[in-house]
Design a protein around this ligand. Structure first.
Ligand code: DAH
Length: 346
């Protein structure tokens, strides 16, 4: 085999070897077979010395040309491999732009918090400011100052969370804020106190923690008529309907005299009679809270003269308002924190 044939053979071997490589590392190995220290072309160059001075230049030129061609082969294969690897990498990181986007979920206020804000706003338009008190109360504010005497059922273990070994209770109602506020302020007093309260109770309409809003208006000449007007105006604004009627039922709460339960007229079948609770004899009354004229002894307990001042107080279930407003029939839904439920109130 003369040199030219040998070079052609080596070149076609190189073509085959280079073409079969799949990675840069494999390519380097293939390259070494021809151009490495012991590569076939390198060996041929080493052999040049054995040739005559006459033959040497042509042979050297031919071998160098073969080297260049193999180098070019390797280079183009390297480009192809790198390009393919890049394509594969990009494909692996590809983004499917047709997928729905991932949203930043917007937070929202809890429905009870919304109702509370609305209640505060509406009472503010009637001149009521917002007062606050502790949720861990002592016996005096939660019971005694409100004339809730030791034999009253709300004091029983079945109703109340007592803090073991102390005079403290988780407040069972927002009424103690009445006492705290009147101790610190002279009449006229016109406040609401929304907040959490606690009782040993758990079913579809009762939860061990729930919310009330207390109201208190003490001034000269405040009567049950003011109570009725205030509550009716509030409820009409809250539910955005003018036909809401309220009914007082005589009841007993130790801190008021007279005391009443406040019922709100509500259509039995809202969908067929959306606008009038009294049409078609389908009225039902829902209890929303208790109220009354502040007992003179309660005023005396906070050093306010009942001969000069009188007032009304009420306590309404905020959760009850929220249930009616949003048509929710199980109170527990509000406190399970299922986002599918809560997300509807955004
Ligand atoms: N505190 C009472 C309760 O939780 C509700 C109540 C009744 C509040 C009459 C009042 C009131 O202010 O006058 O059952």
């Amino acid at each position: 085999m003369d040199l030219m044939e040998q070079l052609e053979k080596i070149f076609s071997e190189a073509q085959e070897a280079v073409a079969s490589t799949g990675s840069v590392a494999e390519l380097e190995q293939a390259k070494a077979r021809f151009l490495g220290k012991a590569g076939s072309l390198t060996e041929l160059l080493k052999g040049l010395g054995k040739l005559s001075a006459q033959e040497r230049p042509r042979a050297g030129a031919a071998i160098n040309q073969a080297k260049s061609r193999v180098e070019a082969l390797v280079q183009s294969r390297r480009d192809a491999i790198v390009a393919r690897e890049l394509d594969a990498k990009l494909a692996g990181e590809a983004i499917d732009v047709t997928l729905p986007g991932r949203r930043q979920g917007a937070g929202g206020l809890h429905p009870i918090a919304r109702v509370q804000e609305r209640v505060e706003k509406l009472f503010a338009t009637m001149g009521f400011s917002v007062a606050d008190g502790p949720e861990i109360e002592n016996d005096f504010y939660n019971f005694t100052a409100l004339r809730v005497f030791p034999n009253h059922p709300s004091r029983s273990m079945q109703d109340t969370f007592y803090v073991a070994g102390s005079e403290l209770v988780l407040r069972t109602h927002t009424s103690p804020v009445q006492i705290r506020y009147m101790e610190a302020h002279e009449p006229p007093v016109r406040i609401i106190c929304p907040g959490r309260v606690y009782r040993v109770d758990h079913d579809a309409t009762h939860s061990p923690m729930f919310h009330q809003v207390e109201g208190l208006w003490v001034d000269e000449g405040i009567s049950l008529a003011d109570l009725k007007g205030t509550l009716a105006q509030f409820l009409r604004a809250f539910f955005e309907r003018d036909d809401i009627a309220i009914r007082f039922r005589p009841s007993y709460f130790p801190f008021v005299e007279p005391g009443v339960e406040v019922d709100m007229a509500w259509p039995r079948n809202e969908s067929t009679k959306p606008d009038s609770p009294r049409e078609g004899g389908e009225t039902r009354y829902l209890e929303i809270g208790g109220a009354g004229v502040v007992h003179p002894d309660v005023l005396r307990n906070v050093k306010i003269d009942p001969g000069k001042y009188s007032g009304f107080a009420f306590g309404i279930g905020l959760d009850r308002l929220a249930m009616l407003k949003y048509g929710v029939d199980d109170l527990r839904l509000f406190f399970e924190n299922d986002l599918k439920f809560l997300g509807q109130f955004r």
